[in-house]
Write a protein that binds this ligand. Sequence first.
Ligand SMILES: Nc1ncnc2c1ncn2[C@@H]1O[C@H](COP(=O)(O)OP(=O)(O)OP(=O)(O)O)[C@@H](O)[C@H]1O
Ligand SMILES: [Mg+2]
Length: 165
Amino acid sequence: MQDRQAIRYISHAEHETLALGETLASYLVPPMTVALFGPLGSGKTVFVRGIARGLGIARVRSPSFLLMLKYEGREHALYHLDLYRLEQWEELVHLGVLEVFEYGLVAVEWADRILDLLPPDRIEVHLAFQNQGRKISLLGTGPRSGQIVQALVDRINPRLQSRNP
Ligand SMILES: Nc1ncnc2c1ncn2[C@@H]1O[C@H](COP(=O)(O)OP(=O)(O)OP(=O)(O)O)[C@@H](O)[C@H]1O
Ligand SMILES: [Mg+2]
């Protein structure tokens, strides 16, 4: 059963969050959506910068005012959404965002704003403050995302695998 695989990770510094995003990127094949959840300053953009670095994208801007930015990577493009300022989900229809979910690699900050519109098979990244660091949970919610999270589990901490029934 590959569905709903989960991994929990403690990041002690920004570079560790970047590295986790970069490692995740090596498993991403379109279409796939990475949905990021967590409060202001919890590290969502840092994680997206890690994904971008893994895809060969040097610079990530903040799409807050544009809602969506596209970066060209070595093999794949990355669509970066930041929904903090989203007022109505209909805005996303005008931007063509719903189609992007069907064919692209997409990273969505403030994904809770469009929970019902997210692809059912997605990678969820939940970030929370923990002391000086961050607690990061990754969850695969379907067969494809579950396989990716399982691959990460195998790579990052093989001992977790045996504890996963
Ligand atoms: N372990 C860590 N992982 C990620 N960021 C960290 C960590 N420790 C400290 N930071 C700092 O926390 C901040 C995270 O900022 P970031 O812009 O990624 O947050 P965000 O969740 O995208 O916020 P927003 O909701 O405003 O978009 C950065 O300044 C980063 O340097
Ligand atoms: Mg951000």
